[in-house]
Design a protein around this ligand. Structure first.
Ligand code: HEC
Length: 154
């Protein structure tokens, strides 16, 4: 049942990603709305992991970690030039485009950390190891990009 729910979330997220590409040619505001919707679905995957890891539910953790690994490389595509907070209301700092390689690297860190979590979960890691790898994913994978590149909420 849980993995059914997980695959529904994965499917929904992939659908979002598939509608994203044509939208990038659209208004900056639409791009911002879509990328935030994808970010919220990314957060939903992370929340599922947060709940499943302490319970030692490695199967659920693996499914959502795989989804995050798959989504990470698409993050930079969601940030075309002309969509910074200087142009349209959102939290994307201009540093993203000034330090583009670093931004892409931050997405790669998320992909790597999610892949590591997926692997240990598939190998049957128990709760403490799952929780530790989840924390690393959150800190380095999400925080590693948000810290330099996402403006604080106003
Ligand atoms: C490569 C950079 C990058 C990575 C990796 C990344 N994010 Fe984001 N995220 C951003 C940026 C930039 C924004 C602001 C986008 C905007 O305002 O249009 C954002 C916005 C968000 C939002 C929308 C809420 C808000 O107020 O801005 C959520 C939720 C979120 N991210 C969650 C996550 C989670 C959870 C992870 C890790 C699993 C993650 N992000 C990984 C760059 C990233």
């Amino acid at each position: 049942m849980r993995s059914l729910v997980a695959s529904a979330v994965v499917a929904a997220t992939l659908f979002l990603a598939s509608v994203l590409a044509p939208a990038l040619a659209a208004e900056p505001k639409e791009t911002v709305d879509l990328r935030n919707a994808v970010m919220w679905s990314i957060a939903a995957h992370l929340n599922q992991i947060k709940a499943a890891a302490p319970a030692g539910d490695a199967k659920t953790v693996a499914a959502h970690a795989a989804a995050l690994k798959g989504l990470a490389p698409h993050i930079p595509t969601m940030f075309p030039e002309g969509t910074s907070l200087e142009v349209v209301e959102n939290r994307a700092k201009p540093e993203i485009w000034a330090d583009w390689d670093k931004f892409v690297e931050a997405a790669e860190v998320m992909e790597t950390r999610a892949g590591e979590l997926e692997q240990i979960a598939k190998d049957g890691a128990e709760a403490p190891a799952l929780v530790a790898a989840f924390a690393t994913l959150g800190k380095e994978g999400c925080g590693g990009c948000h810290k330099p590149f996402r403006a604080p909420k106003d």
